[in-house]
Write a protein that binds this ligand. Structure first.
Ligand code: MLT
Length: 418
């Protein structure tokens, strides 16, 4: 590109002689011509027709359908079909998708042997990532990354909830439950999570509906850390299981899917500290000295409300009311939000609650333990990862190769020890 008659080449700009000649921030902010992508495979470098996101306006759409409408009217499997195949399913398509998934919910007993080798204390996300990768070994026709894609997609959608419940059951010292395939997708998962051999368990429709909304809200979010990981790993033609396992591992981090766990722990800390919201807001403003970090606020792309957070906040109120749960951290969360939104420090920095701020409160009300929150995120995000992997393969994207800007030493002379 050309600025003031001088030409600059994109990859060599930052850290170079050119940088000294021209103020990059002016280029970036005022000309609008320049986006410095530190990684080739980041948002600006990916063409995708799956999820539209406008961070300025707080808009999120899957395949053109607004997140508000989908969360209010659709089922998670319909949304999964929409993300993966591009259109909402007809009744016939839906039935055949849901039936195929029901038929594949059982997991090979040899996978259980792998699972049994994990320590009981293993984090469920570590177990999940490992077992999803292990699925490739059980379906070796996936190795070349292209065969039987629909069947592999069905297997992933069907088996992830089954595997996800194993860690939880074992952490309680309970036997694991086999899937009950007369149940729909979410009730089947809830039954595997909560049914006990000695008691009748009936899925509470309020719980199933709340989970339906949460899974839909988490189903895709364009090129975030885990999704770009899935695309990048898949771009080497790695099989779908290993690509999705990579996404699960990326999601596990506290800055990504692990964030709602951090939020709940923070809210508990505030509760234990007497619940004085104003005090913690001040501490967050002086984080450098207090070390207190306000989790669940702000988002890399939203400079406005995260639209998912609005829906989740309302759902938190509804679900806790309907279930008769009185969780004092909900009031603390609302208090923090109100205080922050009336404080110029947060307003100027556009720090609004994000998707992670209220979701943990709902999960907890549904009986889901904290270390399973990210697993629930993974179940929700699975169709998004699959859709992104599939799109990347169908677009015949070349192997990803992040750009590097070298910042190390120039040529040095080797001197042998001694
Ligand atoms: C997500 O839903 O993946 C998170 O909000 C993170 C992100 O989009 O960067």
């Amino acid at each position: 590109f050309i600025v003031d008659g001088k030409s600059y080449s994109f990859p060599t700009l930052e850290g170079s002689e050119h940088e000294k000649a021209v103020d990059i921030s002016v280029l970036r902010d005022q000309t609008g011509y320049v986006t410095l992508d530190r990684g080739y495979k980041n948002t600006g470098a990916t063409q995708s027709a799956i999820t539209f996101l406008d961070g300025e306006e707080g808009i999120l759409r899957y395949r053109g359908y607004s997140i508000e409408e989908l969360a209010a009217k659709a089922s998670f499997l319909e949304v999964s079909y929409l993300l993966i195949y591009g259109e909402l399913p007809t009744q016939e398509q839906y039935d055949s998708f849901a039936t195929a998934i029901r038929r594949h919910t059982l997991v090979n007993e040899d996978m259980r042997k792998i699972f049994d080798g994990f320590p009981v204390s293993a984090h469920p996300m570590c177990v999940l990532g490992s077992l999803v990768n292990a699925m490739a070994a059980f379906y070796p026709d996936s190795y070349d990354g292209s065969n039987n894609t629909d069947l592999h997609i069905t297997r992933l959608m069907a088996k992830l909830p089954t595997i996800a419940t194993w860690s939880y059951k074992r952490s309680l010292g309970h036997p694991t439950n086999y899937p009950k395939n007369e149940l729909d997708y979410i009730p089947n998962f809830l039954n595997m999570m909560f049914a006990l051999p000695v008691e009748d368990y009936k899925v509470d429709p309020v719980v199933a509906e709340a989970l339906n909304v949460l899974l839909i809200l988490h189903a895709d979010h364009e090129q975030n850390c885990s999704t770009s990981t899935v695309r990048l790993v898949g771009s080497s033609q790695a099989n779908i299981y290993s690509s999705i396992a990579a996404g699960i591992n990326a999601l596990w981090g506290p800055l990504h899917g692990g964030a709602n766990q951090e939020v709940i722990e923070m809210l508990e800390e505030i509760k234990a500290g007497g619940g004085d919201v104003a005090k913690y807001i001040d501490m967050a403003k002086n984080a450098k000295t207090t070390g207190f970090r306000l989790f669940g606020f702000g988002h890399r792309v939203y400079k406005n409300f995260d639209p998912r957070a609005k829906i989740i906040k309302k759902a938190a109120d509804d679900v806790l009311n309907k279930l008769g749960v009185n969780d004092p951290v909900l009031e603390i969360a609302k208090g923090l939000e109100e205080a922050a939104l009336n404080d110029p420090y947060f307003v100027q920095r556009k720090l609004y609650p994000n998707v992670d701020f209220y979701s943990g409160i709902i999960y907890r009300a549904l009986g889901i333990p904290t270390n399973m929150f990210t697993v629930l995120f993974a179940i929700g995000r699975l169709p998004g990862w699959i859709a992104q992997w599939k799109e990347m393969r169908e677009q015949k994207e070349p192997i990803g190769r992040p750009r590097q800007i070298y910042t190390g030493a120039t040529l040095r002379e080797f001197v042998a020890i001694g």
